[in-house]
Ligand binder design. Structure first.
Ligand SMILES: NC(=O)c1ccc[n+]([C@@H]2O[C@H](COP(=O)([O-])OP(=O)(O)OC[C@H]3O[C@@H](n4cnc5c(N)ncnc54)[C@H](OP(=O)(O)O)[C@@H]3O)[C@@H](O)[C@H]2O)c1
Length: 284
């Protein structure tokens, strides 16, 4: 049985059905099964990683997909140690390309430490290091719906965004086939697009001309607080990560194509799949 942490998140929602389609038995973790819409073929388990009896939670798991939010070091170290004691044979950890590039922001440093804990815990391991997700562009939903506009902080870099289903496909490979033990895979899309190009792709997919507006960082910070209610430390964290990743976001890794034997999904694919979400509730 494969135990999937973060089963209701962006990656987990794609991973659970992919594993089930590959014939695996899946146990999926959530803190709230009533809200979670997890594939009914999976065995859903309710727990909070911060309070759970981890050895009991991991009992019977053969392989574990390790994805956490926030303080990944504390949680993932505890999960890795408990997994070793529970006889788990293989841990597949979701990390970030930032570790490859040696970024110094707190999120990346936490992933680097958590990777180390997973490598040292005992079970076989595979590290997946995706770059920025295409799904991050759901942050543009509100202003596209309400104003037909996207506001981007000045100097936002071109980015080789990766589709979460490609991350899930690689994770499925690592969790269901051999030969990935001890491997670290950087995962990106196949091309870097500027944010202006991404907005043009969304315009094409939605059939609307979406306005692209660059704004100074101070205005972008104010928008995040006013419009989205982000706390100050979350805004700082976002810009801290941005400053560290800006120089690398355009870098394309060929790993997805090499492992999956097909090109990565494109931002055009993603925009077509999600066009309806961007245009619902749209007010002219
Ligand atoms: N976004 C990017 O561009 C990007 C790029 C590279 C790497 N990453 C990394 O990707 C990871 C986030 O993945 P994601 O976007 O798929 O996640 P997500 O959509 O933010 O979902 C978070 C998941 O974590 C679970 N979770 C949160 N706290 C928990 C707790 N205390 N106990 C148990 N489960 C808990 C949630 O489950 P419930 O709410 O159902 O309990 C949910 O399934 C982070 O490590 C991030 O650093 C992100």
């Amino acid at each position: 049985m494969i135990f999937v942490l973060g089963a209701t998140g962006k990656v987990g929602r794609a991973l659970v059905p992919a594993l089930l389609d590959a014939g695996a038995a899946v146990r999926a973790l959530t803190r709230d099964p009533a809200k979670a819409r997890i594939d009914p073929r999976a065995d859903v388990v309710r727990a909070d990683l911060d309070t759970a009896d981890l050895p009991a939670l991991l009992d019977g798991a053969d392989r574990v997909f390790v994805l956490t939010q926030g303080d990944s070091v504390t949680r993932e170290r505890a999960v890795a140690h408990a997994a070793a004691r529970a006889g788990v044979s293989h841990l597949v950890k979701l990390s970030t390309t930032g570790v490859h590039f040696g970024q110094k922001d707190p999120i990346t440093r936490a992933h680097a430490e958590a990777e180390q804990a997973v490598r040292e815990a005992g079970p076989a391991w595979t590290i997946l290091r995706p770059g920025a997700f295409m799904d991050n562009r759901f942050a543009w939903l509100r202003t596209i719906r309400e104003e037909n506009a996207v506001y981007v902080p000045e100097g936002d870099p071109a980015s080789a965004l990766v589709h979460v289903r490609d991350i899930a496909a690689v994770a499925t490979l690592a969790l269901t086939t051999s030969g990935h033990e001890g491997a670290t895979y950087e995962l990106t899309g196949g091309e870097a697009l500027t944010t202006e190009q991404q907005v043009a792709v969304l315009s094409e997919a939605t059939g609307r001309t979406i306005k692209y507006i660059e704004e100074p960082e101070a205005t972008a910070r104010e928008r995040m607080t006013r419009m989205y209610g982000w706390p100050a430390e979350a805004v700082d964290g976002f810009f801290g990560l941005k400053r560290e990743s800006a120089a690398h976001e355009h870098v394309v890794f060929g790993t997805v194509a090499r492992l999956l034997g097909r090109p990565p999904r494109t931002f055009q694919d993603w925009a077509r799949e999600n066009a309806a979400a961007f245009t619902s509730h749209y007010r002219e």
